[in-house]
Write a protein that binds this ligand. Structure first.
Ligand code: G6P
Length: 608
């Protein structure tokens, strides 16, 4: 989704803004632009397509100046063309960048057209520029104008504004879309994501809902939604600048797959005390809240939803507590019955997904409490939930989620254990699972060691248009996640089915052009799954089966068995995910697609 960078400094800011945009590329976008104040005027440059197109344009028409704003746009209103790219200007004096959607822009636009404003784009953002200009022309200050205009805007937004007559000043506002202030020495910055600013600072101030801010080189002043001046805490970025680099890997996605042994370990190792999960890590109120929980409602989107589906098997199967899971975009728009004692768990890598956040806000006053499983400290979901458990995966740049997913699973397993001990989970069982978790990093390493074999296997997919993924039990959501990964980055149509549903439709599709990937559990479902595999084989389908060595499955004509390490059953969904990630990665590389920034997708979906 859209990305914002802004800077006010003594030095020239164009390079800082451009590097910031490059670091936001992973979020997904289709055009880019920049506006810089050169001491006298605001100059703007925009290009459709990649940030590199903007960089090339800057080579021939450099923008010099000490304050500016820049943006990567992910089209919502109006096609991804240069005239719709941000920054948007009102006349030549005022420039605005915006993330989010202004829901009432049509009415506002009509008003502005009636007042004589000419629109040069189809975007909702342009109304903000003209509204600010109109307000300033009434004689109020730009700060007052920003405060008054944000009051007219319905929907979600994060804004950055500069004005020709306010040298060195950078205005920011947020409601519903993330915005962070980067605190420098004699220079200050804004961005939609800390990663954009890591080359210039590691100190950040997170704006709260409804905040506006005025940044100059020396000062940062923040007002809350009621107009009161407030202090917002400055925190340091914990992961080190290099965590956001490719570190010698060809793609971020591959690096992030390889980081999973360490990332999953970071998700549990500090949280274990005397062989049991320390529930204080969920927050001060955790024990009191968990004591009252009667059921769980999990809400998430995309890959995070798949993590939620696996958690349902654990919550009901292990903890013995009723658990419902639903995608946020459905849940938030239907009448729901929320039972007493519901713990609302939102799962989100970014903590900013618009539907997940809206679902939480909608039910706040009907639930017992909320818990967020998240990878981004200080994100909206973390701030707005009663409890949170960070996944500790470190920055994930590849749009297709990998380590964020496996660490979510670890966090959800810890959650199952602390809630389960209040239900049907014995201490002995908890110890057994905690013990099993210690093996997780090494088991993931062993699956990563299958990389070369999987790369070879990927050749059977590169020319295909469709594929089927099958799984049972906790490995059914793993099959869904495998299919999602393949779709996202290789653009091959992939569908996942619980293996038992094969006969109820998908079997009709199976032929030699439809590779079938199966994740075969070791549990009591294995015999049933073997029967399903026969059904595929008998119809000429080419089968790729990931299975443990003791599962007594042999490769044969049209059946390729890939031997997985022996894995404690509870960890199967986490470890079996890894080869499927590698498979989609290698297929995408063979197809030559943009692995880290697949077409049309965004890392953080901050609009509906
Ligand atoms: C986008 C991303 C997915 C992610 C989903 C939910 O679609 O491309 O990788 O799973 O959003 O995001 P969240 O940040 O809430 O986990």
């Amino acid at each position: 989704m859209c990305g914002i960078v802004g800077a006010t400094a003594e030095r020239s800011v164009a390079g800082i803004l451009l590097e910031g945009l490059r670091r936001l590329e992973y979020r997904g976008y289709d055009s880019a632009g920049m506006a810089v104040w050169d001491g006298a005027a605001i100059n703007r440059l925009r290009r459709a397509g990649k940030v590199q197109a903007l960089a090339d344009a800057l080579d021939s028409q450099p923008l010099e100046g000490s304050s500016g704003i820049a943006h990567t746009r992910w089209a919502t209103h109006g096609k991804p063309l240069e005239h719709n790219a941000h920054p948007h200007m009102s006349g030549d004096k005022l420039a605005v960048v915006h993330n989010g959607i202004i829901e009432n822009f049509e009415a506002l636009k009509q008003e502005l057209v009636d007042d004589g404003y000419l629109f040069t784009s189809e975007t909702d953002t342009e109304v903000i520029a003209h509204l600010l200009d109109r307000s300033v022309k009434t004689g109020i200050s730009l700060l007052e104008a920003v405060n008054s205009v944000v009051g007219f805007l319905e929907g979600a937004f994060a804004l950055g504004v500069i004005h020709q007559e306010r040298p060195g000043e950078l205005y920011a506002a947020r409601k519903g879309s993330p915005l962070v202030i980067g605190v420098g020495i004699g220079e200050n910055f804004i961005a939609s994501d800390q990663l954009a600013l890591l080359p210039v600072t590691d100190r950040f101030m997170f704006l709260e809902e409804g905040d506006t801010a005025l940044l100059t080189q020396e000062n940062i002043q923040v007002w809350d939604r009621t107009g009161e001046i407030v202090e917002r805490k400055v925190s340091r970025y914990e992961h080190g600048v290099s965590a956001a680099d490719k570190g010698g890997f060809k793609h971020y996605m591959l690096k992030e797959i390889y980081e999973q042994p360490a990332a999953t370990q970071a998700a549990f190792h500090d949280r274990i005390q005397d062989g049991l999960v320390n529930e204080n890590v969920f927050g001060e109120q955790a024990a009191k809240i968990f004591d009252q929980v009667k059921q769980i409602q999990i809400i998430a989107c995309g890959t995070s939803y798949h993590a939620g589906m696996i958690a349902k098997y654990w919550m009901e199967g292990l903890a013995g507590i009723p658990c419902h899971v639903e995608v946020a975009s459905e849940y938030r728009y239907r009448p729901v019955v929320i039972q007493q004692g519901t713990l609302f768990i939102s799962i989100s890598q970014s903590g900013e997904t618009a539907d997940t956040l809206a679902a939480l806000r909608d039910v706040q006053d009907q639930i017992l409490a909320s818990l967020t499983i998240c990878n981004v400290p200080g994100s909206s979901l973390v701030r707005e939930s009663d409890l949170h458990l960070m996944t500790n995966a470190g920055p994930e740049i590849g749009v297709a989620s990998t380590k964020a997913f496996t660490t979510q699973l670890v966090a959800l397993l810890l959650t199952t254990l602390v809630i389960g001990r209040r239900f049907s989970l014995t201490q002995e069982k908890e110890r057994e699972i905690v013990n099993a978790l210690q093996q997780l990093p090494s088991l993931i390493e062993q699956s990563i060691a299958m990389d070369a074999e999987i790369e070879e296997m990927s050749q059977a997919f590169a020319e295909k248009h469709h594929s089927l993924f099958l799984g049972r039990g906790t490995l059914y959501p793993v099959a869904m996640e495998g299919a999602l990964k393949l779709k996202e980055i290789s653009y091959i149509h992939a569908e996942a089915y619980p293996a038992g549903e094969l006969k109820h439709g998908p079997l009709a599709l199976v032929d030699k052009d439809m590779p079938v990937v199966t994740v075969a559990p070791r549990n009591d479902m294995l015999d049933k799954l073997k029967a399903n595999l026969q059904e595929v084989s008998a119809r000429g389908g080419e089968l790729f089966v990931f299975a443990g060595c003791t599962q007594n499955l042999q490769s044969a004509e049209g059946v390729h068995v890939l031997g997985m390490p022996e894995i404690p059953e509870i960890l199967e969904p986490i470890v079996y995910t890894v080869p499927l990630q590698l498979l989609s990665y290698h297929v995408a590389v063979l197809k030559g697609t943009d692995v880290d920034q697949p077409r049309n997708l965004a890392k953080s979906v901050t609009v509906e």
